[in-house]
Design a protein around this ligand. Structure first.
Ligand code: 5AD
Ligand code: SF4
Length: 438
């Protein structure tokens, strides 16, 4: 989400006549887009700001700004105590950055952390200066009304609002004209997307028709109300990826209730079963929190057993990190000792690594359509890309290029990466057309 927001800020700054500096040392303005989701995300930002303090010492003209989720929470601390930052801009105030920058020219500080009920930056065409030119994010909504008890997002990003359908489709058409091959639709809670009669399913339907050679992903839906019609649409459209990120957070009813996640373990498991029935071979990933308030050993094993029962292809696993203003902060105690949180998280991670290794072994011998994203990090002689099911694959470079769709046969695996033999360059239409006929 921040990556997509930075592209909107790029657009606002370039429009205002600024240009991109080649590095921090030669910049007049440095803006840090921040995340508050967990303590360590904030710690990273503080460390970064301290690095910039030395640049401020050698360049008294340098303006440093903090954008995004940390803005509201720590605006007073940032400006008054630390002398690290000149401007603070909340996630709904990016249009105001040029004015704020002008305001600090005479050494004052400037702040705008107002949240909005309407702002979606719908009319701003993001400027994509840092992506790979193949995959891109498109933001479809902002904010979140779900109020999970552990989560600070509703407080930092404000109320949920959807971007007009037509502005989303326009952005995708533009990406298609620029040669992009993969679009990930983004929102804190995509299945509550709404624009008049349009739902997330009608949006996916319209988006996928723009160009059959662009594949689509989305992040993240909520398990409480995942629509059946979307599952059918994914099953029938070759360019809607057979991959769903469906955050469970925990595996026991008592814990889900404390987390204010309005579903039971049983309901979650039947959703997973339905996904697998309607989309055979769908790959699933999740978010999991270890050591939330009051977590008992039994609840921890509830989470472990849910993860085992589902057998996720991928999981993002975190130790609980208390966030001010959340319901958990106000009502519960962050009472799982740090060493127990760590132990539980590492049990969860090591079980997941084993599951992934086993799942990936079943891929050996199978064919996949891979979208090439670039050369592999390890070797220039290898290309790297992802399957429709979101698994990373590396294979010999030959004469394949970034943006090609390549049919591969998986020959070997680790828990994180598949290794493959490339077969031929192809297209989505040709590959799945042939697969359907076969
Ligand atoms: N502590 C740990 N993890 C958290 N997440 C959200 N809030 C917290 C928190 N306070 C995780 C959730 C969410 C993901 C984006 O971050 O798992 O799905
Ligand atoms: Fe946070 Fe829950 Fe909203 Fe996700 S759905 S952003 S976890 S409040």
């Amino acid at each position: 989400m921040n990556f997509a927001d930075s592209e909107i800020v790029n657009s606002i700054l370039l429009e205002d006549g600024m240009t991109v500096a080649k590095d921090a040392e030669s910049a007049d303005v440095i803006l840090v887009n921040t995340c508050s989701i967990r303590e360590n995300a904030e710690t990273k930002v503080w460390n970064r700001l301290k690095e910039f303090r030395s640049l401020k010492k050698t360049n008294s003209e340098l303006t440093v700004g903090v954008l995004g989720c940390m803005a509201e929470r720590i605006k007073d601390k940032i400006i008054e105590e630390e002398h690290l930052v000149d401007i603070v801009v909340g996630p709904d105030a990016y249009r105001d950055i040029p004015r704020l920058l002008a305001e600090v020219e005479d050494g004052r500080k400037a702040v705008n952390v107002l949240l909005s009920l309407e702002e979606t930056y719908a009319d701003i065409a993001p400027v994509r200066t840092t992506g790979n030119g193949v995959s891109s994010f498109v933001s479809i909504m902002r904010g979140c009304d779900n109020m999970c008890s552990f989560c600070v997002v509703p407080f930092t990003r404000g109320r949920e609002r959807s971007r007009p359908l037509e502005s989303i489709l326009k952005e995708i058409r533009q990406l298609s004209d620029e040669g992009y091959k993969e679009v990930t639709l983004l929102g804190q809670n995509v299945n509550s997307y709404k624009d008049g009669e349009n739902t997330f399913t009608t949006l996916m339907d319209a988006a996928s028709m723009i160009n059959p050679e662009i594949r689509f992903r989305f992040s993240s839906p909520h398990p409480k109300d995942f629509p059946d019609d979307l599952l059918h649409l994914i099953a029938e459209r070759p360019n809607l990826c057979n991959y769903i990120h469906i955050p469970a957070q925990a595996g026991s009813d008592s814990m889900l209730e404390r987390m204010r996640r309005p579903y039971t373990r049983e309901q979650y498991l039947s959703l997973v079963q339905k996904m697998r029935e309607i989309i055979p071979g769908v790959s699933l990933s999740t978010d999991i929190i270890a050591g939330f308030c009051g977590e008992t050993e039994e609840e921890h094993y509830g989470t472990m057993s849910l993860m085992k029962e589902v057998g996720y292809d991928l999981a993002y696993m975190f130790a609980y990190s208390e966030r001010e203003r959340t319901l958990a902060y106000r009502k519960f105690e962050d009472d799982v000792p740090e060493d127990i949180k760590k132990r539980r998280l590492s049990e969860i991670i090591s079980q997941q690594m084993n599951i992934q290794k086993k799942r990936n072994l079943t891929e050996v011998g199978k064919h996949h359509l891979v979208l090439v994203e670039g050369t592999s990090k390890r070797s220039d002689e290898q290309m790297s890309g992802r399957t429709d099911t979101n698994k990373i694959v590396v294979f010999d470079r030959m004469d394949f290029e970034k943006g090609d769709y390549v049919e591969v046969e998986i020959t070997d695996t680790t828990s994180a990466t598949l290794i493959a033999r490339p077969i031929r360059k192809t297209t989505i239409t040709e590959y799945y057309g042939a697969a359907v006929e076969a």
